[in-house]
Ligand binder design. Structure first.
Ligand SMILES: [Mn+2]
Length: 448
């Protein structure tokens, strides 16, 4: 199947999008009133220069508050949301003869707005001028805000932006639809890369290119830079400096997603091949991580605190380590209590997912000091979408801390040394919290 042939029914996008926009209008209104505004202008953004010394630009990264409403990715466009009346989309139609925007994959979103074609920001300024004193600007390019006529105190006011971010915590059916399709597309890439890895030796760069081809994405279109890590590179949590050489590899960690209508998927799989005692031990660690990840997915339910689930993940990992014989003298509880598991699994269990791969809103309170990198501390509520991504890594700098620490003698260093060349394991799915239970958006398309 072509990556662009969706398993989800693309024909339902216009109706879903219309309902999404209707709901957003209702949710914006009380916020605008509370901030004593007649409206807000959401700016799509401006392409950034790659270097101030040159005249090339990065592809546009659309401002997420604009993207929350529509997938249009044209620099300079703006959406005027009113406390009363329908939203107005200022559609910049002027194109210079050097570059043009990507074609939209679908045109489902246009009927949801009153579209006003404009040549440039001067036309938008004119249209806003009689209302500007009661409007706020939300966007990244504050120079553009000035050109549109906004005073400095109306440019991206913090309290307003926070209130709008909160609206992104709970996903509408349209958004879940897009996240599901983003998962399906990413699964095509994961399968292609895992097959290639199993079949022979490839460089990390070659595996990255196989992923792009299978998911029909150009590199800047992926939701985040693919993490393609062979062997000990998997111990670099965000390994994106791909090796160009082919060599006999035994382990692969692939953390890669896809984007659909501006919504991201974020999936990780780890594979091993070859034979021998070390391969068997690493395969056991992958199987144990898979099992504990599935246990955490089953534990995901309404009303639970995400940080508690993160704490559970350390307990479950400690049990796996005990089963593998990583220690004969310490209990699973002791491995957690003494911080040993935090040296092997230093990152957070997961994060909110949506328009941004690390979406806003779910880290509304700071995590405990011993969970510094945790990006989700919220109670689980219907409509949240987040990742569950436990891992276990052999990171030289953290292993050195363990070796120099008080519990060094309790650990089996010959086993740790045998596993270190494999780098590490991470297994990551995207989950939607339902009124009863959970919907794993990833496993539908990538069962194991
Ligand atoms: Mn992730």
């Amino acid at each position: 199947m072509s990556p662009l042939t969706a398993a989800v029914d693309i024909a339902s996008l216009p109706v879903l999008h219309r309902a999404h926009v209707t709901q957003l209008i209702e949710r914006y209104r009380p916020i605008l009133r509370q901030h004593e505004l007649d409206g807000v202008v959401l700016h799509a953004g401006t392409a950034l220069k790659r270097s101030v010394f040159d005249d090339q630009f990065w592809p546009l990264t659309v401002v997420p508050h604009f993207r929350h409403w529509l997938p249009l990715a044209v620099a300079g466009c703006a959406l005027w949301i009113k406390a009363d009346g329908e939203p107005v989309l200022f559609n910049v139609t002027h194109r210079d003869f050097w570059e043009g925007p990507q074609d939209d994959e679908t045109d489902h979103f246009w009927p949801s707005f009153r579209v006003v074609d404009v040549k440039d920001d001067k036309d938008i300024r004119k249209a806003l001028s009689s209302s500007i004193g009661r409007l706020a600007f939300v966007g990244e390019d504050l120079k553009a805000a000035g050109a549109l006529g906004f005073a400095a105190d109306r440019m991206a006011p913090t309290k307003l932006v926070e209130a709008l971010d909160e609206l992104r915590v709970h996903k509408s059916p349209y958004e879940v639809f897009c996240l599901r399709e983003a998962n399906r597309r990413a699964a095509l890439g994961h399968r292609a890369v895992l097959d290639a890895f199993a079949d022979g030796d490839h460089s990390e760069l070659e595996l990255h290119l196989i992923y792009l081809r299978a998911t029909h994405q150009d590199d800047p279109e992926t939701p985040y830079k693919n993490i393609v890590a062979l062997n000990e590179h998997a111990a670099t949590l965000h390994h994106v400096s791909y090796g160009r050489m082919r060599y006999a590899s035994q382990s692969l960690l692939l953390d890669a997603g896809a984007t659909f209508q501006g919504y991201d998927s974020d999936i990780t799989r780890t594979a091993v091949k070859g034979s021998g005692a070390a391969v068997d031990a690493f395969a056991q660690l992958i199987a144990g991580t898979e099992q504990l990840q599935q246990r955490l997915c089953a534990d995901t339910k309404l009303g639970r605190n995400y940080q508690e689930l993160h704490d559970d993940s350390h307990r479950y990992l400690a049990e796996v380590l005990c089963t593998m014989g990583m220690t004969t003298t310490m209990s699973a509880e002791a491995l957690v209590a003494t911080g040993v598991t935090r040296k092997l699994f230093p990152h957070g269990l997961g994060h909110s997912l949506g328009i941004q791969t690390h979406d806003v809103g779910c880290r509304n309170i700071a995590p405990r000091d011993d969970n510094p990198f945790l990006r989700n501390t919220r109670l689980m509520e219907e409509g949240q979408v987040f990742t569950i991504e436990p891992g276990c890594y052999f990171i030289p700098s953290l292993l050195a801390e363990l070796r120099g620490g008080p519990h060094a003698s309790a650990l089996d260093w010959s086993l740790i040394e045998a596993l270190t060349p494999f780098g590490g394991v991470r297994i990551e799915d995207d989950l939607q919290v339902l009124s009863s239970g959970v919907d794993n958006l990833t496993r539908t398309f990538l069962p194991t």
